[in-house]
Design a protein around this ligand. Sequence first.
Ligand code: PLP
Length: 394
Amino acid sequence: MMNDDIVKLGKANYMNNYAQFPIAIKSGKGVVVTDEDGKGYLDFVAGIAVNALGYGDEDEKKAILDVLSSGILHTSNLYYNAHAVHAAEMLNKAAGSDAVFFCNSGAEANEAALKMARKYGSQKGKTEIISFLHSFHGRTYGAVTVTGQEKYHKGFAPMLPDVVYGDYNNLESVKALISDRTAAIIVEPLQGEGGIIPADEDFIVGLRALCDEYDALLIFDEVQCGMGRTGKPFCFMHYGIKPDIMTLAKALGGGLPMGAAVAFGKAKDIFSPGDHAATFGGNVASAALAEVVLSKLDKLSENADKKGKYLGKKLDELVKKYPELCVEARGMGLMRGIELKTAPRDVIAKCMEKGLLVCSAGYTVLRFVPPLVVTEDDIDKAVSIIDEALSELC
Ligand SMILES: *Cc1c(COP(=O)(O)O)cnc(C)c1O
């Protein structure tokens, strides 16, 4: 089947909840994916910050083949499996955390964190959760409630009660909201879907201090910015503090669905048997790929740091070259964006035509989240395509 046939079949059989581009991806190698018509694309989307290892990683291939030959893909959490246990140990070592709950997605990881916050607070009369405007935490009811963007709530009211929103990077707005009734603050240390907005150091350090002062849990949603993407294994490591709970997903499972709520210190004992569960959590195949990603986390972070700085410099140059279209370039490591003066859809379409996949974030930001194995040469190619696209749109 060609791209067009598959697109037609999708439209005939899917619900109408996505605005999908009309290409069907068939295979991949390195940082390049190929569609059903045989056209290759340099991939600066990476399945939305998921495919950190790029495509065709030999260690991933070996790990998944080993799992298949064992005959066991799934065990349930009535029993242990070595891959999930080992992945949890590696995660705790890498993050300096104390306990892990595995699930299947970012939203689900945040649901676990929110339930931990409510349970932690329930003994102390604390029910309120503070989140931030422009945040994104997922689409399930708890996660979408703490997502501080009107457009994701529209038509789905009522939301979860006792959630309030502060202004990102504005500590005063948090001081005005926090009280003895606050159970937790949930924040992305680098906002992703909201438009690639990095946090100020004072803001993050200030949130930690406020949570300590009011006995509230600090939850970092690192679903997108974790797992090496910002140039350190986890984004919180840029700030010299630790959260009480960190949520992960996206890159964690090496392309298979996997999420995690990771607890530090006192948060590790909040759940008791029966409090929370996920049938597929710690699935053997996902966990086996997580082991591979975690075993490469230091290398991936290092490359994200180096290549991220290079990409950042190139994006700054583009912004200077096209002031009539661009506002600024932002981000950390290999999670970057250019804020445009218009919606990015035309730039994205032009780039796609020329063989580069990029995506948007928020209403006006062009987002770059390539595999963490990207090279300078890949970045040069991508930037020259974006350059051409912008010049044609001027
Ligand atoms: C993608 C994302 C989520 C949601 O993850 P899903 O796996 O789609 O549920 C949550 N938080 C952040 C910061 C994300 O980027």
